[in-house]
Design a protein around this ligand. Structure first.
Ligand code: FAD
Length: 402
């Protein structure tokens, strides 16, 4: 029998393999991935600096161990170039050789790409994004040029300019500030997490991160990044120009303005793609025998949304494994609150569907730490908790309608 082929070794790819093996010990599984396949928790990338963890220390299970434990044939550093969904084959290149492999069923778990805005300046190509362990390694080596694999105790303060005050931008800002770096965050909005939080919660976060040392540049954008001429007074190698006319000297610039589902292979193969690879309730794409989940997928079960978070991936992988093992299982998402990893002000947010009409209402007598999203008939459809109120996450989840 041709194997089940999984493309991608992130949380979605490996969790699908693990859940599938719980139900089916014998069907051959091949996992093809462009990276090393080593398993790491991606959320830890945005709180590793304060804990002085190196990229190597973030790997929880080496790829070879995982592949052996799950009886999976791993094609690491293999990039899939094309899918032939009519002939049911994938074409991939590994070590300079191109292979074609037939599948019985195919799972796309190709993740997402960081969105980048075009910037002016002769050092615009030095702007970094962090959406993988390899990205994190590059960023880490700029901030800790002398760190070795096991020791990240280097303590020389650098200056980092972050583009974007969304979830990832705020988490990195807090983490880098805690690690002793100078942090500047620029965003066209007037407050962090503006698209996600009610205004008062967002202003709390702005104040808390400022108290933690984050310098805000709100209502403006980064326009250019240039190499700075070496001078006796300025050792920082980059000069960042903002639309408000100010300039900042920096050691590193991090772009954190969002992710876009990676639909490259699916699109080229003629599968339906919109904001992500379109999948139905059983995670099947527009073509038989081909499935998708994780950051690359756009879920019918989520009202046509992409859900680039851990909890949806775990739920999707369990449902998909059951379907692949012979029991078609529609995916039903429970409410999945997201914790924002900003120790300066912990935040839990359960967002309603973007098309849901309603308004944020603050709970009276809660020191402004509790907000409920109420629909037009007063049913709770989402919530935001900050600071000590985040401990009530479970109770609020129960009280929220899907
Ligand atoms: C800094 C950061 C912090 C986060 N924190 C949180 C958090 O606190 N809570 C939360 O819920 N979520 C968080 N997230 C989101 C969460 O980590 C992601 O939703 C999840 O890890 C995505 O997993 P994935 O497997 O879908 O994609 P990825 O991890 O991106 O994996 C994609 C895989 O596909 C492979 N691939 C792609 N194209 C090809 C190809 N052509 N051929 C072969 N292989 C290919 C890649 O090599 C990779 O192995 C965070 C994300 C980031 C970046």
């Amino acid at each position: 029998m041709n194997p089940l082929i999984i493309i991608g070794a992130g949380l979605a790819g490996w969790t699908t393999a693990r859940e599938f093996r719980k139900l089916d010990a014998s069907t051959p599984v091949v996992l093809i991935t462009a990276d090393s396949g080593d398993f790491y928790a991606k959320p830890s990338l945005s709180n590793a600096f304060a804990q002085r963890r190196t990229p190597v220390q973030l790997i929880s299970t080496p790829a070879a161990t995982l592949a052996q434990n799950l009886n999976v044939t791993l094609m690491a550093h293999g990039r899939v170039n094309a899918l032939d969904v009519a002939g049911r084959t994938v074409q991939f290149t590994q070590d300079g050789t191109t292979h074609t492999l037939a599948y019985h069923r195919l799972v796309l778990a190709t993740g997402a790409h960081p969105i980048r805005v075009p910037l002016q300046g002769d050092a615009a190509d030095q702007v970094q994004s962090v959406n993988s362990l390899a990205d994190f390694s590059r960023f880490h080596s700029v901030l800790n040029p002398h760190a070795t694999g096991a020791d990240s105790s280097e303590n020389n303060s650098k200056t980092v300019v972050i583009l974007g005050a969304g979830l990832i931008g705020c988490e990195f800002a807090n983490d880098l500030a805690l690690a002793g770096h100078q942090v500047h965050v620029a965003d066209p909005a007037q407050r962090p997490l503006a698209a996600l939080l009610p205004e008062a919660a967002s202003l709390q976060l702005r104040t808390a991160l400022a108290a933690a040392g984050v310098h805000w540049h709100l209502g403006t954008t980064v326009q250019a990044v240039d190499a700075a001429a070496p001078s006796p007074t300025e050792a920082r190698p980059l000069r960042v120009r903002l639309a408000d006319g100010s300039t900042l000297a920096a050691d590193a610039v991090l772009s954190a303005i969002g992710l876009r589902a990676d639909t490259t292979l699916a699109h080229a193969a003629g599968l339906a793609c919109e904001r992500g690879i379109v999948v139905d309730a059983t995670l099947q794409t527009s073509t038989d025998h081909v499935y998708a989940l994780g950051d690359c997928a756009q879920y019918a079960s989520a009202g046509g949304r992409t859900l680039p978070f851990v909890m949806p991936i775990m739920a999707a992988a369990r449902a998909l494994a059951a379907t692949l093992a012979g029991t078609p299982t529609p995916l039903v998402f429970a409410l999945m609150p997201v914790s924002v990893k900003t120790p300066a002000l912990p935040v839990v947010v359960a967002a309603a569907h973007p098309s849901q009409a309603g308004q944020w209402v603050a709970d009276p007598g809660c020191d402004d730490g509790v907000w409920r999203f109420l629909d037009t008939v007063g049913t709770q459809r989402g919530f935001v908790l900050t600071g000590p109120h985040t401990a009530q996450r479970a109770a609020f989840s129960k009280a929220t309608a899907p």
